[in-house]
Design a protein. Structure first.
Length: 166
Protein backbone atom coordinates (compact mmCIF):
# COMPACT_ATOMS: atom_id res chain seq x y z
CA UNK A 1 0.00 0.00 0.00
CA UNK A 2 1.44 3.35 -1.04
CA UNK A 3 2.27 5.81 1.73
CA UNK A 4 2.46 3.16 4.44
CA UNK A 5 5.48 3.82 6.61
CA UNK A 6 7.99 1.10 7.38
CA UNK A 7 10.08 2.57 10.15
CA UNK A 8 11.60 1.13 13.29
CA UNK A 9 11.32 3.69 16.08
CA UNK A 10 14.02 3.07 18.68
CA UNK A 11 12.53 5.22 21.46
CA UNK A 12 9.83 3.92 23.80
CA UNK A 13 6.37 5.46 24.07
CA UNK A 14 7.27 6.87 27.50
CA UNK A 15 10.44 8.52 26.16
CA UNK A 16 8.51 10.09 23.30
CA UNK A 17 5.84 11.38 25.70
CA UNK A 18 8.54 12.85 27.96
CA UNK A 19 10.16 14.58 24.97
CA UNK A 20 6.77 15.94 23.87
CA UNK A 21 6.10 17.43 27.31
CA UNK A 22 9.59 18.87 27.62
CA UNK A 23 9.90 20.42 24.16
CA UNK A 24 8.88 24.09 23.79
CA UNK A 25 9.41 24.59 20.06
CA UNK A 26 6.16 23.83 18.20
CA UNK A 27 7.86 22.65 15.01
CA UNK A 28 9.97 20.12 16.91
CA UNK A 29 6.91 19.01 18.89
CA UNK A 30 5.13 18.16 15.63
CA UNK A 31 8.03 15.95 14.57
CA UNK A 32 8.07 14.08 17.88
CA UNK A 33 4.27 13.76 17.67
CA UNK A 34 4.70 11.96 14.35
CA UNK A 35 7.01 9.43 15.97
CA UNK A 36 4.57 8.99 18.86
CA UNK A 37 1.65 8.35 16.52
CA UNK A 38 3.68 5.82 14.54
CA UNK A 39 4.93 4.05 17.67
CA UNK A 40 1.39 3.76 19.10
CA UNK A 41 0.05 2.76 15.65
CA UNK A 42 -2.53 5.55 15.62
CA UNK A 43 -1.67 6.37 11.99
CA UNK A 44 -0.06 4.37 9.21
CA UNK A 45 0.56 6.68 6.25
CA UNK A 46 2.30 9.96 5.54
CA UNK A 47 -0.90 11.30 4.03
CA UNK A 48 -2.86 10.66 7.24
CA UNK A 49 -0.15 12.30 9.35
CA UNK A 50 -0.02 15.27 6.98
CA UNK A 51 -3.79 15.68 7.21
CA UNK A 52 -3.68 15.60 11.02
CA UNK A 53 -0.86 18.14 11.25
CA UNK A 54 -1.89 20.35 8.35
CA UNK A 55 1.40 19.60 6.58
CA UNK A 56 2.10 18.09 3.18
CA UNK A 57 2.91 14.38 3.04
CA UNK A 58 6.32 15.10 1.52
CA UNK A 59 7.18 17.22 4.55
CA UNK A 60 6.34 14.28 6.81
CA UNK A 61 8.43 11.99 4.55
CA UNK A 62 11.38 14.38 4.83
CA UNK A 63 11.10 14.31 8.64
CA UNK A 64 11.07 10.53 8.64
CA UNK A 65 14.13 10.46 6.36
CA UNK A 66 15.92 12.69 8.84
CA UNK A 67 14.99 10.28 11.63
CA UNK A 68 16.22 7.28 9.63
CA UNK A 69 19.57 8.92 8.92
CA UNK A 70 20.33 10.47 12.31
CA UNK A 71 17.78 9.42 14.90
CA UNK A 72 15.76 11.68 17.13
CA UNK A 73 18.64 14.16 17.60
CA UNK A 74 18.75 14.94 13.88
CA UNK A 75 14.95 15.11 13.75
CA UNK A 76 14.89 17.62 16.60
CA UNK A 77 17.74 19.76 15.24
CA UNK A 78 16.62 23.26 14.35
CA UNK A 79 17.72 24.38 10.91
CA UNK A 80 19.71 27.53 10.36
CA UNK A 81 18.11 30.34 8.39
CA UNK A 82 19.39 30.61 4.85
CA UNK A 83 18.04 34.12 4.46
CA UNK A 84 20.14 36.74 2.79
CA UNK A 85 21.96 39.28 4.94
CA UNK A 86 20.68 42.84 4.86
CA UNK A 87 22.54 45.26 2.61
CA UNK A 88 22.09 47.93 5.25
CA UNK A 89 24.17 47.05 8.31
CA UNK A 90 23.87 48.34 11.84
CA UNK A 91 26.18 51.30 11.27
CA UNK A 92 24.20 52.55 8.27
CA UNK A 93 20.92 52.08 10.15
CA UNK A 94 22.32 54.13 13.03
CA UNK A 95 23.29 56.91 10.61
CA UNK A 96 19.80 56.91 9.08
CA UNK A 97 18.22 57.15 12.54
CA UNK A 98 20.59 59.99 13.39
CA UNK A 99 19.62 61.83 10.19
CA UNK A 100 15.92 61.23 10.86
CA UNK A 101 16.21 62.78 14.33
CA UNK A 102 17.84 65.95 13.03
CA UNK A 103 15.57 68.90 12.28
CA UNK A 104 16.79 69.28 8.68
CA UNK A 105 16.95 65.49 8.16
CA UNK A 106 15.20 63.65 5.36
CA UNK A 107 11.99 65.01 3.91
CA UNK A 108 11.14 62.07 1.64
CA UNK A 109 11.94 58.42 1.07
CA UNK A 110 13.41 59.37 -2.31
CA UNK A 111 15.85 61.60 -0.44
CA UNK A 112 16.83 58.69 1.81
CA UNK A 113 17.30 56.52 -1.27
CA UNK A 114 19.54 59.14 -2.89
CA UNK A 115 21.51 59.61 0.35
CA UNK A 116 22.13 55.87 0.58
CA UNK A 117 23.36 55.80 -3.02
CA UNK A 118 25.63 58.85 -2.79
CA UNK A 119 26.95 58.76 0.77
CA UNK A 120 26.88 55.06 1.67
CA UNK A 121 27.23 53.58 -1.85
CA UNK A 122 24.21 51.33 -1.24
CA UNK A 123 21.66 51.00 -4.01
CA UNK A 124 18.13 50.09 -2.89
CA UNK A 125 14.73 50.26 -4.50
CA UNK A 126 12.24 52.86 -3.30
CA UNK A 127 9.93 50.25 -1.77
CA UNK A 128 12.81 48.67 0.16
CA UNK A 129 13.87 52.06 1.50
CA UNK A 130 10.27 52.77 2.51
CA UNK A 131 9.96 49.44 4.36
CA UNK A 132 13.29 49.98 6.09
CA UNK A 133 12.62 53.53 7.26
CA UNK A 134 8.90 53.28 7.98
CA UNK A 135 8.52 49.80 9.45
CA UNK A 136 11.91 48.61 10.65
CA UNK A 137 13.31 51.91 11.92
CA UNK A 138 9.85 53.28 12.83
CA UNK A 139 10.60 56.60 11.15
CA UNK A 140 7.89 58.86 9.82
CA UNK A 141 8.75 61.33 7.13
CA UNK A 142 6.04 63.90 7.65
CA UNK A 143 5.97 66.83 5.30
CA UNK A 144 3.38 69.50 6.07
CA UNK A 145 1.00 70.50 3.37
CA UNK A 146 1.65 73.82 1.67
CA UNK A 147 0.14 76.77 3.50
CA UNK A 148 -2.84 78.54 2.04
CA UNK A 149 -2.39 82.23 1.46
CA UNK A 150 -5.50 82.99 3.56
CA UNK A 151 -4.36 80.94 6.57
CA UNK A 152 -4.09 82.94 9.77
CA UNK A 153 -0.65 83.37 11.30
CA UNK A 154 0.06 81.24 14.35
CA UNK A 155 -2.41 78.46 13.47
CA UNK A 156 0.40 76.16 12.36
CA UNK A 157 2.45 76.80 15.50
CA UNK A 158 -0.64 76.19 17.68
CA UNK A 159 -1.31 72.92 15.87
CA UNK A 160 2.28 71.74 16.32
CA UNK A 161 2.20 72.67 20.01
CA UNK A 162 -0.96 70.64 20.62
CA UNK A 163 -0.15 67.64 18.45
CA UNK A 164 1.62 64.60 19.82
CA UNK A 165 4.70 63.32 17.97
CA UNK A 166 4.58 59.54 17.74
Amino acid sequence: MAGVIKLEIRETVEELLAELKQEENQEVKERIQVLYWLKTKQVESTGAIGALLGRHRTTVSRWLSQYRSGGIKKLMAKGKSTGRKSVVGGEIKARIIQELNEAEGFSSYKEVQTWLKVVQDVEMSYSTVHKLVRYKLKGKLKVPRPLHIKQKEGVEAEFKKNSVNR
